[in-house]
Every structure is written in structure tokens, then in C-alpha cells.
Design a protein around this ligand. Structure first.
Ligand code: SAM
Length: 175
């Protein structure tokens, strides 16, 4: 199982970013998003899961430090200061294949405290340039799953997009 922990949400300023972390986690193959202090973002992600399918869990935590402390598995913290994703991705994938340990992927907002760097099994840079938690998460998940997440089948969807070269087609998969 793969979960994403979103730290450091600043109400107002980070609303869209935090929602996009959750939506990106869902769309690109994670099983769960744990969001520190952003109830609305978790609700939006649940609403999308209800409409477009799952399984995917979105939950809110008041204590991200407890989530990190109590996590029974490995932790990969995405940070521009970390080791290069292309150098550590095989090792991260191998530990998942070997023991099936759940993986927690951590992304921040503003400054991430040093505790998180220490709690992580890997601090991972998707390039060592500053950019975005959404972009970092997307590239990391795609590398972790080696592109297989793009073929995922969704369950219990009310709406399914039919890919088209032009225009928009959405159907109810049960009809
Ligand atoms: N300057 C902040 C710090 O020092 O902790 C980080 C701010 S950045 C806008 C927000 C988040 O985006 C980071 O916490 C990290 O998870 C992610 N991020 C930004 N650039 C990244 C990179 N090159 N590789 C991986 N993650 C990155």
C-alpha cells in the first residue's frame, strides 16, 4: 500500500495545492492521502472518488508527527535537498517488493522541519531544483509504479471518461 502525507497546509493560501496533492495521489496510483489540517481538501478528494471511482481513502490528521512516528513501514520524504530519485528508486521499489511494507510518501508546503528529514528512510529529490509538491509527487509515483498506474481500472465510478481525440465524452459505466 502507498499513502501520501501532506504536511504544513496553510489555510487559504494552500487550499488548491493541498487538494491537488490529494487528487494527484489518487489519480497516479496511491491508495490513501493523509492531510494535515485541511478538511475541505479531504472532502473534495472523497467527492471525486465517489464520482470517478476508487478505491481511495482521504483522511485528515491533527498530528502529522504522530503519523510519522507510528508509521509501520517505510517513509520517503520528497525534498529538493534529497538524493536523486533516479539513484534511489530501485531500492525503494525493492523494499516494497521484498517485504510488502507500506510506503508513506511525505510532501511539504512551506518549510519542512528537520524531524521529517530524520524520520524518513529516504529523502528524495525529483531534481535538486525548487518546484512543487504536486509535480514532485507525480513524477515520484510514476517512477515508483514504472508507468503501470496509467492503466489502473477504477471501481464503483458513476462517471467514466471515454478518451477521445476531440471533444468530451463521459458515460455511466453501469449503463
Ligand atoms: N522550501 C521548503 C523547504 O525547505 O522545506 C519547501 C517548499 S516547496 C514549495 C513544497 C514542497 O514541494 C516540498 O516540501 C517538497 O515536498 C516539494 N518539492 C519541491 N521541490 C522538490 C524537488 N525538487 N524534489 C522533490 N520534492 C520537491
Amino acid at each position: 500500500a502507498v499513502a501520501v502525507l501532506r504536511l504544513g497546509h496553510r489555510p487559504g493560501r494552500d487550499d488548491r495545492m493541498t487538494t491537488h496533492v490529494g487528487l494527484t495521489a489518487r489519480a497516479l496510483g496511491a491508495d490513501r492521502a493523509i492531510i494535515a489540517g485541511a478538511t475541505q481538501a479531504a472532502e473534495t478528494v472523497r467527492d471525486i472518488t465517489d464520482r470517478f471511482g476508487g478505491p481511495f481513502e482521504a483522511e485528515v490528521t491533527d498530528s502529522p508527527k504522530a503519523v510519522l512516528r507510528e508509521w509501520d513501514g517505510r517513509i520517503a520524504h520528497l525534498t529538493m535537498y534529497g538524493e536523486r530519485v533516479q539513484d534511489v528508486e530501485d531500492e525503494i521499489r525493492a523494499t516494497r517488493d521484498d517485504d510488502g511494507d507500506p510506503l508513506l510518501i511525505v510532501v511539504g508546503a512551506e518549510k519542512v522541519s528537520f524531524d521529517v528529514y530524520e524520520a524518513a528512510d529516504w529523502n528524495v529529490g525529483v531534481t535538486n531544483q525548487p518546484h512543487s509538491e504536486v509535480a514532485g509527487l507525480a513524477v515520484f509515483l510514476d517512477r515508483l509504479f514504472e508507468g503501470r498506474e496509467l492503466d489502473r481500472e477504477w471501481q464503483d465510478a458513476d462517471q467514466q471518461v471515454v478518451p477521445k481525440a476531440t471533444g468530451k465524452k463521459v458515460v455511466d459505466p453501469d449503463e
